[in-house]
Each structure stands twice: as C-alpha cells, then as structure tokens.
Design a protein around this ligand. Structure first.
Ligand code: ADP
Ligand code: MG
Length: 365
C-alpha cells in the first residue's frame, strides 16, 4: 500500500497572460539538476514571506501530458497487471486543470492520463496474449459514475432515467459495491473511447439538469482488468477520479443548495485527505468508511497504489484557494524569508528564519 502526492502547476491561460505568477516549482536546495519537489507561494498578507510545501514530485507549467503520464502513471501499469489496484485522483480548485490532466483535450498531444492509461493497458493485454500464446485471456471492462451530494449516479444512464435518490451501495463480503451499476466490456481502445465519450455527455447534461456544474460532483472511472489462465483468475482495478472542485463555495456564493453541496464536497475531500495521510504514514487505521467515495473505492484496503495529483493555478486570483489546497495535501510546510538580492536599503531589524507556527489560512484543522 503506498501513496504519492504530486503537484502540477498549470500554465497561464490566454486571458491571464498579463497576470503575475505567484506559484513556483523549485528544487530542494536550489540544485538545478534535481527535479522539482517544492511548491513556493507567498503569504497572502506579506509577499516577502514564502511558504514552501514539499511533495513527491512537482510539475511546472512546461510539463506536458506525456511527461505526467510517463513519470506518474505509466509505472503503475505493471502493478495493475500483477493484481494490485491503482487509484488516481485529481484534486484542486475549479479551473486548475483536473479535467485537463485526467481526460485532456482532443489532439494526441493533449490526451490526458486516462486515454493514455487505457492505451497502455491494451498494449499490455496484447503482449500477454501473444507471450502466452493465447493461454491467458485478458478482459477489460469499465464502469463510470459520479457522486453528487453523496449520491451515486451511473454515467451510463441518461440523466432522465436516473432515480433521484441515486444507486444504493451495499456491503458484499467486506467489499462495498454499488448495486445496479453498469459494467461495460470494452475490447479495444476505440470501444473504450466511444463509451467514455458517451458517458461524459451524460455527465455534462446531468450537470445542467441538476442545476449544478459538473465541478460539484466527483467523476469516478473504474477499469477492471481480468486475466484468466487455465488455473487461475486475477482481477484488478484502475480507478481515475476527477474530484469536485475544492474551492470554498461559501466565499463566493451562499445560496442554500450550494451550501449543501459544499458541505458534502468538503466532507468527502476531508476524509480523502485523511485516508491519503494515513496511508502515507503507514497507519493501520484508514478512515475509508467515513465517506461514500473512499468506501466504494475501499481506499487503502487493498494492497494498491494511490496517486494524488494536486492541480494548481499560478495566478493571484486563486491565492487563498491555492493555499487551502496546499495545506490540505501537505500539512508540513515551511516558511522562508524571501531574500531579495541587491537590496540597498535596509528597513528595520532582520527577520529571523524561524519556523514559528503559521497563522496562514487553512481549511481543515
Ligand atoms: P478543472 O477541471 O480543474 O476545473 P480544467 O481541466 O477544465 O480545470 O482546466 C481549466 C482550463 O485550463 C481549461 O481551458 C484547460 O484546457 C486549461 N488547462 C488546464 N491545465 C492545462 C495545461 N497543463 N496546459 C494547457 N491548458 C491547461
Ligand atoms: Mg473539470
């Protein structure tokens, strides 16, 4: 059981080109040869003071979809075929690149980690079938659902056919299952893409029907790989989750429906962070049963790999939300004093490089 938390800072968008970049990726000890593992961001109350947060890896604006896939996701494919579950989350404020990272754009270069993962899975299937001269049969199937206000909706079901209360979940020999969830076999990448696109249309139409933006639901894709040979069957699942936006809705919009949504999003994201932290600290108790999402995913219960990609926007308009995201994903931050070189005037006493308690904004504490 292991977990990686990596941060990805998206580039400036067209309408942001005149804005300052306040979030930077840097290397430990400013060693140019090392890969970035640190995100730096100023204190919103004092630009000269920098907070730094350490991750397993940090990707800056120049990182391509290919790089993210090659470094973070591709290495998990062999574990998947060895029978371990793989879970990928995209966490972040709306507009920071979660859907771009997961699903991506239409061109080959813009494809996100999901289509790349599937492509890699099918390549491996064909290799296994060839290497075993047909002795091992590999089947791929998918289910795709969303969790909105703590209710589970099948994304293969058109929104008008949905039961408003969502699909029930039930315990089945210690495993939590969604009752009545569609599972569709997909034999080729083409088939997968067709089903995935269809289901994504249901996601956006349901978003308008429920008068909620898709940024308020968690979209969960599960890809089941079943390898059958003469004497045994090995089943494992890769799950890719485009999480609901982590922004603090109370700050921008306080209508009642929004507060209900906000409370259920906060709760599930909070439990998710606790699970990720417990797994990374190798604690024996993982609080996965405390939210529907972590429970259905059995997060931390199987001997699997979890990767959380923290999506960040580089601009000041996201400052407080970015800090909340960083605080949320990594509670061990440091403060540094920004050393300005060639600063001729000197006002007041020097500020010591202390690691005094931080009174910055923090969502969940
Ligand atoms: P979210 O799903 O977190 O709300 P999106 O994935 O929709 O955010 O991204 C917001 C906008 O930023 C989109 O227009 C998307 O194309 C663009 N974007 C996000 N990340 C990148 C990136 N790494 N490179 C180029 N454009 C990006
Ligand atoms: Mg999105």
């Amino acid at each position: 059981m292991s977990v990686r938390v990596v941060a990805r800072v998206r580039p400036l968008l067209k309408h942001e080109l005149d804005k300052d970049t306040i979030v930077t990726a840097s290397n430990p000890g400013h060693d140019d040869d090392a890969s970035p593992t640190i995100v730096r961001i100023p204190n919103p109350k004092n630009d000269a003071e920098l907070y730094s947060f350490q991750f397993n890896s940090v990707y800056d604006q120049a990182a391509t979809q290919q790089t993210i896939f090659d470094n973070e996701v591709s290495p998990t494919v062999k574990h998947l075929f060895n029978g371990f579950d793989v879970t990928l989350f995209a966490y972040g404020v709306t507009g920071t690149g979660k859907t771009h990272t997961m699903r991506g754009g239409k061109t080959l270069a813009e494809r996100g980690v999901i289509p790349r993962l599937l492509s890699s899975i099918y390549r491996r299937c064909r290799k296994i079938e060839k290497d075993t001269a047909g002795g091992t049969d590999v089947e791929v199937s998918m289910s795709y659902y969303e969790i909105y206000n703590d209710r589970v909706y099948d994304l293969f079901e058109p929104p008008e056919k949905r039961t408003p209360s969502g699909l029930p979940i039930r315990d089945n020999n210690g495993k939590t299952v969604v009752v009545g969830l569609t599972e569709r076999p997909c034999y080729t990448l083409k088939e997968f893409e067709k089903l995935y696109d269809e289901a994504n249309v249901n996601r956006s139409t349901s978003a308008t029907k429920l008068n909620a933006h898709s940024s308020r639901s968690h979209a969960i894709l599960c890809v089941k790989v079943t390898q059958t040979s003469q004497d045994h069957t090995l089943v494992s699942t890769a799950s890719a989750i485009d999480l609901a936006g982590s922004e603090d809705n109370r700050r921008t919009d306080n209508n009642r429906d929004r507060l209900v949504e906000s409370a259920s999003i906060n709760k599930s994201l909070f439990v998710l962070a606790q699970c990720v932290e417990a797994i990374s600290r190798k604690q024996s108790r993982i609080p996965y049963r405390e939210s529907k999402m972590t429970r259905i995913l059995s997060l931390g219960q199987n001997n699997g790999l979890t990767i959380m990609i923290l999506n960040l926007a580089p601009v000041r308009s996201y400052h407080l939300d970015t800090l909340s995201s960083l605080n949320f994903a990594n509670r061990t931050k440091k403060i540094e004093v920004n050393e300005v070189e060639n600063e001729p005037q000197f006002r007041g006493p020097p500020v010591s490089k202390s690691t005094a308690p931080i009174s910055g904004p923090s969502l969940h504490r």
